[in-house]
Design a binder for this molecule. Structure first.
Ligand code: FAD
Ligand code: SF4
Ligand code: SF4
Length: 375
C-alpha cells in the first residue's frame, strides 16, 4: 500500500466522481469540510503522506492486507467476505428500543454494548433538517435518537474522528460498507503511528446497495411538504419497487426508478454490499419484515452478540440456507459490477496513476467470473 497525500485525494477521488462522502478525511486537519453530504477540500496541503489518503475507502485499499489483519486470511471470492456465522435477529424486550428501521438489531446491540461497558461511546447518524449527520453519544438512552435509516450520503466517519479527537476510546461505530471500510483502514494504523491503540471497540456495518445524493434527496422530500413531520421512510424488499414515506398525516409512495436517479456515481463503483470489514454486519431479511440478518465476522462480534442474546436484548432464530441464497446472489452481483467497473477504468492494481483497490489478481478474476458459493 502506498500512502499519499491530499493532492492525490483531490485528483484521484474528489474530482473523479469516486468520493463516497464518508467523512473519513474530515476533522483530521483544517483543509477538508463536509456540507450537506458533500465533502470539499479548501486547499491541498504539502504532506506527501496524510491520514486523509490512508483512511479513504477510495484510495489504495489493499483488501488482502485488511482481511489478513482482521480475519487472519486473504480476501476471498466469497459473497460475504470472512465471517463466523449468520443469524436471523431482532431486538428483544430487554433492549427497550423503538423507532428502528427493520427489526432494531443495530440499536439493541449498541445499547447493550454501552450499558455493559463494551463501548464507552458510539458514533451514529441522525437526521438534521433532512440530512444525515454524525451523532456521537455516551449515553445508552440516546441510541433511539438516531434509530432508523438516513438514505442519503452521510459523513458519519467524521464523527469517528471527532470522537477520537475528544479523547474517546472504546468507540462503537455504525456505518455503511464504505464508511466501515474507512473505519477498518483507520483501525489498521496505516501510517504506523507510535503508541497507536485501536480506538474502535465495536464496528457494526449496515448492508447497502446504494445511497442518495443528499441535497437532491432532501429537495425531493421538501417538495412533498414539511420534512420535520416525516415519521418513517422505508424501502420494502422486492417485489415492491418503491420508497414509502409516512409524514404526520399523509403517506407517499415514490417509484424506485425516480429515486435511483439520485444515486451518486460513486456508488456505482462500490463492490461491498454487506460491510465486509465490520465485527457484525446487519441488514434486511428479505421476506421477513420483523427480522434482520446479522453476519457475525469476528470473535469480538460473536461474544457481544451472544451475550446480548443471553441478556434478552436480542432474539434470534435459525436461518435456513435457502434464505441466505438471495442475499449471496445480490452481494455477488454487486461485487462483480463494482469491481468490474473499477477494473474497466484501470483503478485496480494500477501501476501508474490512481488505484482504488489492490487485491490478488486471481481473486479478482474469480469474482468477475462469478465467485465462490456462499455457505
Ligand atoms: C444508505 C443505506 C442503504 C441501505 N441499503 C440496504 C440494502 O440495500 N439492503 C439491506 O438489507 N439493508 C440496507 N440498509 C440497512 C437497513 O436500512 C437497516 O439499517 C438495517 O436493516 C438495520 O436495521 P435495524 O432495525 O437494526 O436498524 P436501527 O436499529 O434502526 O439502526 C440503524 C442504524 O443505522 C444508522 N444509520 C442510519 N442512517 C445511516 C447512514 N446514512 N450512514 C450510516 N449509518 C446510518 C443509525 O445511526 C442507526 O444506528 C441500508 C441502510 C442505509 C443507511
Ligand atoms: S475519505 Fe471519504 S469523504 Fe474523504 S475523499 Fe475519501 S471517500 Fe471522500
Ligand atoms: S453503495 Fe457503497 S459507496 Fe454507496 S453508500 Fe453504499 S457503501 Fe457507500
Amino acid at each position: 500500500m502506498q500512502v499519499k497525500g491530499s493532492k492525490e485525494i483531490r485528483a484521484g477521488v474528489l474530482d473523479s466522481g469516486l468520493c463516497t462522502g464518508c467523512g473519513a478525511c474530515v476533522s483530521l486537519c483544517p483543509y477538508y469540510a463536509t456540507h450537506k453530504g458533500k465533502t470539499v477540500m479548501h486547499f491541498s496541503c504539502t504532506r506527501e503522506e496524510g491520514r486523509c489518503h490512508a483512511h479513504c475507502p477510495r484510495a489504495e485499499v489493499n483488501l488482502d492486507r485488511i482481511s489478513s489483519q482482521f480475519f487472519g486470511e486473504e480476501y476471498s471470492a466469497s459473497p460475504f467476505g470472512s465471517y463466523i456465522n449468520i443469524h436471523s435477529a431482532r431486538a428483544g424486550d430487554k433492549a427497550g428500543v423503538s423507532g428502528f428501521q427493520t427489526a432494531g438489531t443495530v440499536s439493541a446491540l449498541i445499547k447493550f454494548a454501552l450499558e455493559k461497558g463494551y463501548i464507552d461511546s458510539a458514533v451514529l447518524t441522525k437526521n438534521e433538517e433532512g440530512f444525515g449527520v454524525p451523532f456521537v453519544i455516551d449515553n445508552p438512552g440516546d441510541v433511539e435518537k438516531a434509530s432508523g435509516s438516513r438514505y442519503s450520503v452521510s459523513p458519519t466517519v467524521k464523527g469517528v474522528n471527532d470522537a477520537i479527537n475528544s479523547g474517546r476510546r472504546k468507540i462503537g461505530a455504525v456505518g455503511t460498507p464504505c464508511q466501515t471500510l474507512a473505519v477498518a483502514q483507520l483501525r489498521g494504523n496505516p501510517l504506523k503511528q507510535e503508541g497507536f491503540t485501536d480506538p474502535i471497540a465495536l464496528s457494526i456495518g449496515l448492508f447497502c446497495t446504494w445511497a442518495l445524493t443528499a441535497s437532491d434527496f432532501t429537495a425531493l422530500m421538501k417538495s412533498m411538504g414539511d420534512i420535520s413531520t416525516i415519521r418513517k421512510l422505508d424501502i420494502p424488499p422486492p417485489p415492491a419497487s418503491s420508497m414509502e414515506i409516512e409524514t404526520g398525516n399523509k403517506s407517499y409512495i415514490i417509484p424506485l426508478d425516480d429515486i435511483r436517479k439520485l444515486i451518486p456515481e460513486a456508488c456505482s463503483y462500490c463492490h461491498d454490499m454487506t460491510a465486509e470489514f465490520a465485527d457484525i454486519s446487519v441488514g434486511v431479511y428479505e421476506g421477513k419484515t420483523k427480522q434482520n440478518i446479522a453476519i457475525i465476522r469476528t470473535e469480538r462480534g460473536r461474544k457481544i452478540f451472544e451475550e446480548a442474546v443471553n441478556a434478552g436484548y436480542l432474539e434470534t432464530e435459525k436461518i435456513p440456507e435457502e434464505a441466505i441464497a438471495p442475499l449471496a446472489a445480490a452481494s455477488m452481483n454487486k461485487k462483480k459490477k463494482g469491481l468490474g467497473k473499477l477494473a474497466g477504468a484501470n483503478l485496480i492494481n494500477s501501476e501508474t496513476g490512481h488505484t482504488v483497490i489492490r487485491m490478488k489478481k486471481s481473486t479478482l478474476e474469480s469474482i468477475l467470473k462469478g465467485g465462490a458459493s456462499c455457505c
